[in-house]
Ligand binder design. Sequence first.
Ligand SMILES: [Zn+2]
Length: 166
Amino acid sequence: MRSKKRGHFCKGCGGFLPNEKFSGRGHREHLCKECKKAGKLVSTESNSDYNRNFHLLSKAIRNCMIVYMEYESFFLFEYQNSRYIIGDDLSSDIYVYQGDKEQKFLVSEKLQKSEVVMEVLCKKYYDTMDNGHSFDYEELKYDEFVEISKKRRQHLEVISSIQHFK
Ligand SMILES: [Zn+2]
């Protein structure tokens, strides 16, 4: 198994940074010291709207899975009956998979990168890792005994489309 990503996600910079870049409170807010100082991403939504959206999104984003490939890794999930994919450092765009169309991947319009979306994705990402839903692609492809739910197995189609794509 590849080593897990160290550090912590900053939604201001949009990437993983080493732990020492965060203050205690910054950890929880997912903002590094610099972004905090710069006052980045001060939420314009009221707190209750934010919490409500957070809760709704948390429920709607399901069947998450991390897939490690040789040179890159991806975070995949289901949202409103579509499948989505983002690079596993969460810094890429969010793509929606449309298997029946010629263009298989589109930058998502329904789910755009906003503070609340990134916060939910980040939480889901850590939960996915903690719950052991991260896999090596090769292992998944060739070992039919890897325990993985049917829903998650559907993500493999998305991954193999990426490969054809290249
Ligand atoms: Zn930052």
